[in-house]
Every structure is written in structure tokens, then in C-alpha cells.
Design a protein around this ligand. Structure first.
Ligand code: RIB
Length: 338
């Protein structure tokens, strides 16, 4: 098998020069040398060893993607679209799942840094009640000296670019729609409130109530953790309350809530109207297709990847991009009086 050393020998240049040329850094040699090296590489069908290339270029053509929940289809979609986008530019992705545990975020940031990644996309875990860990995570990220972009989730204090939707607007649109359908007793199942976007979605719920002069009632606001199980277990409690509708902060918890409703022999939307958030693939396939707030997940993922690739190239402009959520009307909300 032909090595970079063989090419250097045949071209009568140094290994470093060959490496630069094969990595597209043509300004490191004369035009004639570049052409000679490229044609020898082509003749032998040479494909460079990434470790050797990395030693010379100090780049590994690898990015890290740190997500909080690999079981959630939302993040599966994120991973797919980030991977597709960066692959087009010759990058590979190392995927890390933190289970929403901030200590895992810190651990993976450090592992990825030591693996020599060129950049990082992260959807950081929350940590509102874990101030020390939160500070440590922010400090670790801000100090890694590797470009990074926050996707979907974010933490106060982070200095990177961020790409997400307007979460508050999403919560607002969902609640306003329930109110416009005649509901007044509207419960809320939030995401984990140590996560920034869960608090913003709750703010949107509060904003809509206040705009329509409906008093905010803490008794019918429950905290979940964005997982199916909490939709189910909190659902059992929520259904003891006098409400006609509920805004649930993500679709996965809605699926758990549907189960709780079914077990109580109640019906959606006759007994309770439900609106979710995300618009996961399965939400249109439920027995009662879910009315929800759509996040443009592909656009979010591709945009985050493009910003990161720009930053890796050295274009450091800070960007805070917020896409607009969209209300998707299906069958899970009843109009009061119908
Ligand atoms: O479904 C999980 C939630 O976590 C999504 O709504 C997404 O925004 C993420 O933060």
C-alpha cells in the first residue's frame, strides 16, 4: 500500500509538503509541485490516513454532537440532519448522549476535547438547582478553545452561537389556540424547569393567559421531564383536576398522557383537549392525531451545522438564530360548545 512517504519520495518533496497539498493547502508549494504530488497520488489511488493528516493539519475532520436524550425522536432527527450536513464537507460526527445529566455534559465535553474534535454542537442539560455544576459546565465549554454552537437548548452564561426556535412564542401559540377554542381551565405540563427552553415555554403559556385575563393557577401547572413516563405519571395526577384542556411541553409526554387518559376510560378530546410541542413523526399517527406546535428540526440542525463549519474555518461571528414555531391543527382539541 502506498504511503505519504512513498509519494514524498517519488515527488522529491517533504512529507509535510505532500500532506499540505493533499489537504488542499496549495499555497504551501509551487504550482508545479502541487500538480506533481496530485498526479502521483492519483496514479496510486492514494487515500490519506486520517491520523497522519491530523498530526500535520491539527484537524481531525470530526465534530462532537452532545444531546440530552437519544430516545427522543426529536434528537434522533437532529443527529440525522447534522450528520448529513457535515458529511457533505468530509466531517464525521461523534454522538454523545447525556441523559439530561449535567455531569455527563462535563464528562463528554472533556472526552471530546481530548479526542481532538474540530468543533462541537451541544444541547446542554439544565442545572438551575445545581449552580456549581452549571457553572462548571459553562466554564468547561467557554474554555475549550474549540468552536461550539448550542442547538435547541441553551444555558445563561454561554458565549457561543445558538440556534433554536422561539420557545416562548411556541407556548404562547399553543395556549392561545386552546383559549380561542373556548377553554378557560387550562392545565400545563412543563418540561424540566432547570432547562431554559422549558421555562420559556411556560412563560408563553403565562403570557397567553394574561393576555386573555385568565388568572394563572399554580395548582394546575405540573413539572415533567420531557419523557414519556412523566407524561403518564403526571397525567394520572393532572386528570384529578378540574380542567378541560392542557398544554403539554413536548409530544413525548403527550404520548404518556394519552395512556393515562385511556386507562381512566376518558376520551381525548371529549373529556380533555391536548396540545403538544415538537410535532414528532408519530404525532400524526395516534388514534387521535395530536394538535401540536411544530419545530423545524431539519432547518435547526442544518443551520447549527453550517454555523459550526464556518466557525471551524475561522469565521467567528456570533449568531443567535431563532426560527418561528408553527401551530399544527389536528384532532386532539375540541371547540367548547361543539
Ligand atoms: O422533546 C424534547 C424537547 O427537548 C424538545 O421539545 C426539544 O425542544 C428539546 O429541548
Amino acid at each position: 500500500m502506498v504511503t505519504i512517504k512513498d509519494i514524498a519520495k517519488e515527488a522529491q518533496v517533504s512529507i509535510t509538503t505532500v500532506s499540505f497539498i493533499l489537504n488542499g493547502k496549495y499555497d504551501q508549494a509551487s504550482e508545479e509541485t502541487v500538480q506533481r504530488v496530485l498526479s502521483i497520488a492519483k496514479k496510486y489511488n492514494y487515500s490519506p490516513n486520517p491520523i497522519a493528516v491530523g498530526l500535520v493539519t491539527k484537524k481531525t475532520k470530526t465534530i462532537g454532537l452532545v444531546i440530552p436524550d437519544i430516545q427522543n425522536v426529536f434528537f434522533g432527527e437532529v443527529a440525522k440532519h447534522v450528520d448529513n450536513e457535515v458529511t457533505r464537507y468530509g466531517y464525521n460526527v461523534i454522538l454523545c448522549n447525556t441523559n439530561g445529566n449535567i455531569e455527563e455534559d462535563i464528562k463528554y465535553i472533556d472526552i471530546l476535547r481530548r479526542r481532538g474534535i474540530d468543533g462541537l454542537i451541544i444541547s446542554p442539560s439544565g442545572g438551575l438547582n445545581e449552580t456549581k455544576l452549571q457553572e462548571k459546565m459553562i466554564d468547561t465549554l467557554n474554555k475549550i478553545k474549540i468552536p461550539f454552537v448550542c442547538l435547541d437548548r441553551w444555558s445563561e452564561g454561554l458565549t457561543s452561537s445558538r440556534v433554536s426556535i422561539d420557545h416562548c412564542q411556541g407556548g404562547y401559540l399553543a395556549t392561545k389556540y386552546l383559549i380561542e377554542q373556548g377553554h378557560r381551565k387550562i392545565g400545563c405540563l412543563t418540561g424540566p424547569l432547570n432547562v431554559h427552553n422549558a421555562r420559556r415555554r411556560l412563560n408563553g403559556y403565562q403570557k397567553a393567559l394574561s393576555e386573555f385575563k385568565i388568572p394563572y393557577n399554580q395548582q394546575i401547572v405540573f413539572e415533567g421531564d420531557y419523557r414519556f413516563e412523566s407524561g403518564y405519571s403526571k397525567g394520572q395526577k393532572i386528570l384529578n383536576n378540574d380542567i378541560t384542556a392542557i398544554f403539554i411541553s413536548n409530544d413525548l409526554m403527550c404520548y404518556g398522557f394519552y395512556k393515562a387518559v385511556r386507562e381512566l376510560n376518558k376520551k381525548i378530546p371529549d373529556d380533555i383537549s391536548v396540545i403538544g410541542f415538537d410535532d414528532l413523526f408519530f404525532s400524526n399517527m395516534l388514534d387521535v392525531p395530536l394538535t401540536t406546535i411544530r419545530q423545524p428540526v431539519e432547518t435547526i440542525a442544518v443551520t447549527a451545522a453550517q454555523i459550526l463549519l464556518e466557525q471551524i474555518k475561522g469565521n467567528q461571528t456570533y449568531k443567535n438564530i431563532k426560527f418561528q414555531p408553527e401551530l399544527i391543527i389536528r384532532k386532539s382539541v375540541r371547540k367548547v360548545g361543539d
